[in-house]
Design a protein around this ligand. Structure first.
Ligand code: AMP
Length: 402
């Protein structure tokens, strides 16, 4: 059968998971964070046991090497785990990496060349790939891009209304992100409801937030655009904003472009409005009468409602809404407030089911609700592992038959 090692290499962290793509069984998970800082942190979990360490980790190479040591020290031994491939999460695949792709030097160069479109993510993704290829030279390495699911968005949904030549020269289009999650949740929703013709809205509400409209398994709209800044209100990002705010801040406040980038990406959203990017804290404060937190929650859910209405119109109907990711899976309050007043779209939430202390895939609308509301825990690692195994197997075929 074989297992897959999934690596998600961020700017200062590496997350990894060893799992069986067939059964979904997770053999080990881990995290190396604060790479390059004096006190890096490592966590490795296997067989229900977690080890945590505060060792200095100089760079991604050292981080991944340390993670592999942890497999040796605390299990499972990678040499006995039947690893058939390494799956890498890559944020921006651009126009060229539009499906799970075996990584060679040319693919790695493409991922690096796309860095101007994802400066926070692609360089870190590429570093993780380079190091992992050195450490596992005999295994196939596969890139699974966040943008891939949305590559074929219909032209009106992917096109910004700006000068066509400028857009073409600078690769400006709506790419969409969180695609692995949207694809996974859309797939699970179709299975749960036993239908492959669904008009579905997927709400991925985590620290980053995005929404997609999916018709019969194919995305027709999504809220993130050239970068993951567009769309819904997020933990620290504005989501939609009049682009003229940027000119205004430059001209009137004298802010530089990097300061504005930082403001919109890291000091806005829930954090900018309430001082907190964690929805647990925002809802707690809103419940105890904090007006800033209450407004932050209202802006957040108002934006979601607006998108649900817009996407129902885009699809010409609505069969189901699926919530996923940290907030979507866990906050009954956000789900309820986001869907308030949407009965005219056929959404009839069951308040008891919504508030039930449950986890896992579940339906939270009333039995006779014309549109079904679901909670579907996302599993990007499993999706990456499955795609990795598929590519790894297909690349082995010529050898097997020769
Ligand atoms: P993710 O990016 O999917 O890992 O989601 C992370 C976010 O989920 C955190 O920043 C929290 O704001 C949010 N979250 C996790 N658990 C809860 C919860 N029980 N209630 C509300 N928000 C939650």
């Amino acid at each position: 059968m074989g297992t897959v090692l999934v690596v998600n290499s961020g700017s200062s962290s590496i997350k990894y998971e060893l799992l069986d793509p067939a059964s979904g069984q997770v053999h080990a998970t881990g995290l190396v964070e604060r790479i390059g800082e004096p006190a890096s942190h490592l966590r490795h979990t296997h067989d229900g046991k977690t080890v945590e360490l505060d060792d200095p980790v100089a760079d991604h190479g050292a981080g991944l090497r340390r993670a592999i040591d942890l497999f040796g020290e605390h299990g499972p031994a990678l040499s006995d785990a039947g690893v058939v491939g390494v799956g890498h999460r890559v944020v921006q695949g651009g126009e060229r990496i539009v499906e799970a792709t075996l990584i060679d030097d040319a693919v790695l160069a493409t991922i690096e060349a796309l860095s101007p479109l994802a400066p926070l993510h692609n360089p870190a993704n590429a570093t993780g790939i380079r190091v992992a290829r050195e450490l596992f030279p005999d295994l196939p390495h596969v890139a699974v891009c966040d943008t891939a699911f949305f590559h074929d968005l219909p032209m009106p949904a992917r096109t910004y209304a700006i000068d066509r030549e400028v857009a073409a020269e600078h690769q400006i289009r709506r790419y969409g992100f969180h695609g692995t999650s949207h694809a996974y949740v859309a797939d699970r929703s179709a299975v749960l409801l036993g239908r492959d013709d669904l008009k579905l809205i997927v709400l991925h509400l985590g620290n980053g937030c995005s929404v997609s409209a999916v018709v019969a398994g194919r995305p027709v709209e999504t809220s993130m655009g050239l970068t993951p800044l567009e769309g819904l209100v997020m933990g620290t990002r504005t989501g939609d904003i009049d682009p003229a705010v940027v000119f205004h801040l430059a001209r009137e406040a004298g802010l530089g472009i990097d300061e504005i980038d930082n403001l919109l990406n890291r000091r806005s959203g829930l954090k900018g409005l309430s001082g907190h990017n964690d929805m647990r804290e925002v809802t707690r404060l809103a419940g105890s009468g904090d007006e800033n937190a209450r407004l932050a929650l209202d802006v957040y859910t108002h934006r979601i409602r607006k998108y649900v209405g817009a996407y129902a119109a885009t699809m010409g109907g609505l069969d189901a809404v699926a919530f996923t990711a940290g907030v979507g899976e866990n906050s009954a309050l956000v789900r309820e407030e986001s869907l308030t007043g949407l009965g005219f779209l056929g959404i009839d939430l069951d308040p008891v089911a919504n508030r039930a202390d449950a986890s896992g895939e579940r339906i939270i609308s009333r039995a006779d609700s014309p549109a079904t509301v679901l909670v579907v825990p996302t599993n990007e690692e499993l999706s990456i592992a499955r795609q990795t195994r598929r590519v790894a197997e297909s690349t082995r075929q010529p050898n097997l038959s020769s």
